[in-house]
Structure formats: C-alpha cells, structure tokens
Design a protein around this ligand. Structure first.
Ligand SMILES: Nc1ncnc2c1ncn2[C@@H]1O[C@H](COP(=O)(O)OP(=O)(O)OP(=O)(O)O)[C@@H](O)[C@H]1O
Ligand SMILES: [Mg+2]
Length: 237
C-alpha cells in the first residue's frame, strides 16, 4: 500500500469572535511514501495545524487532502477514527498522555486499539527503544517532561503505522536524548514509513533531505536544508 500524501489548495481558517486566523493558506504539497520531511517555521506559522489536518484530527476549511488514493478531507467521523488508528502514529506537542495510566498502559492502550497481538510485549519493547524500560510502571506525574515525551514517542511507534507525525518531538529533551529520539525517527525510513517532523530548530532540520519552511500559513521554501543534510550523529543544537 502506498501512502502518498497530497494537499491540494488546502486552507485552514479559525474564527474567534470577529477575528479570522488564517492558519494555512492555499497549500499545495506532495509527500511520497517513505519520505522523511522536516517542517520548519516560527511559532504560529501553521506547523501543528498542518499535522492535525494530515492526521485527520481537524478538517480543512477549503481544498482537499488525499492519502493513498483516499480523500481523507471528506471522511466522516467514524472513518476518520479508523483512518487514524490504522495509518497514523501521532507524537503530540503536548504529549497527551492519559494521567491515570502508567507508561506501559499508555502505550499498550494504543496497541490494543489497533488490535495488535502481544500488545503488552510490544509496548514494553517500544518503551525500551526510547530508553524507558525501567519506567514502565510510572504514571505521567511521576515522570520528567522528557520522559513523558518519550512515552508519547513509544506510543506513536508501537503500532507500526505507515505515517508518523512528530510535533516538536525533542522539545523537552536534553541534547543527547533528543539525538537518540531523532535517530529512532529517521530509522523509520528503513521500515518504509513516512515521517513528518516539526521543529523550529534549523539545525535539527538538517537530518532530512527535504525541509519545508512555513511562514504565516504559507510554504516559503521546499527543498534540501540550506546548510546541507548531515548525519544525525554530527548534529548539534
Ligand atoms: N484551535 C484553534 N483555534 C483558533 N486559532 C487557532 C487554533 N489552533 C491554532 N490556531 C492559530 O493558528 C495559527 C497557527 O497555529 P499552529 O498551532 O499551527 O502554529 P505552530 O506553527 O504549530 O506554532 P508553535 O511553534 O508555537 O507550536 C496560530 O496563529 C494559532 O493561534
Ligand atoms: Mg505547534
């Protein structure tokens, strides 16, 4: 199955009282299955909005989004849910862990929703992969911000979804841990996953061959990073 992502004249507006916020304006974009793409842009430029639309958490105001050969922007609620469950691994900017579930339960819950076999074992392995093998019984409030972020990453990766959406996945992480996590995300390419990584850090964007820069809801550049792609082991920020 090919999960090419196509955005055609996509706009997203929010109306707050009298104010209309143009979060994304007339975006056209194609991302091939298996690409690792970094979205770069200042706060408020529309990065999270774009991920939310691709992940069918929100609907477009205008235009269409086609993934594989399905127009997801036309999906009704139940189809959106199934699409998200089967297709998307989402790492939220604000983690969105269930406060009353342990690390293991947070990750296993997602694996169970996707009806994966041996969900507990897979959840443990996903937590081990982000370096949290010794934190599986902890609840979110007993974890540091960086550890919570890593639970969120394990949760996004456990179900083996073809598209990973990562919103500032290293925001709470120290440099060393951040580098390990980015490495884990970039390695998804070998599993034929598409990975969209949001950051406001230009140095981090150099891990990809393709960087799409947003400003005020518009794409202002799309191509290789300005300072060249580099191995993740050489990145410093
Ligand atoms: N649910 C919402 N209701 C109203 N306005 C919103 C909503 N979500 C986003 N916006 C507005 O849309 C614009 C784009 O927001 P978005 O969250 O996509 O930015 P961002 O690039 O992810 O920023 P950051 O780097 O701070 O996370 C902002 O001006 C924001 O205030
Ligand atoms: Mg954001």
């Amino acid at each position: 199955m090919d999960y090419k992502i196509e955005l055609k004249n996509v706009s997203k507006y929010y109306t707050m009282g009298d104010i209309k916020v143009k979060a994304l304006q007339n975006l056209n974009l194609t991302i091939n299955h298996g690409e690792i793409v970094v979205f770069l842009g200042p706060s408020g430029s529309g990065k999270t909005t774009l991920l939310n639309l691709v992940g069918a958490l929100e609907s477009v105001t205008d235009g269409s989004i086609i993934i594989g050969n399905k127009e997801i922007s036309k999906f009704k609620r139940q189809t959106q849910f199934t699409y998200r469950r089967e297709t998307i691994g989402f790492i939220f900017q604000t983690f969105n862990l269930f406060p009353t579930l342990s690390s293991l339960e947070n990750v296993q819950y997602v694996a169970d929703l996707s009806k994966l076999k041996q969900s507990k074992q897979r959840a443990i392995e996903a937590l081990q992969n982000v370096g949290l093998g010794d934190r599986i019984r902890h609840f979110p409030h007993q974890l540091s911000g960086g550890e919570q972020q890593r639970v969120a990453i394990a949760r996004a990766l456990v179900k083996n979804a073809p598209i990973i959406l990562a919103d500032e996945p290293t925001g709470e992480l120290d440099f060393q841990t951040g580098r390990q996590i980015l490495k884990l995300l970039v390695e998804q390419k070998e599993e034929k996953k598409t990975v969209l990584i949001v950051t406001h850090n230009r140095e981090i964007s150099r891990l990809a061959h393709r960087v799409i820069e947003l400003k005020s809801g518009n794409i202002i550049s799309d191509g290789p990073p300005k300072d060249g792609t580099t191995s993740i082991d050489l990145l410093e920020w």
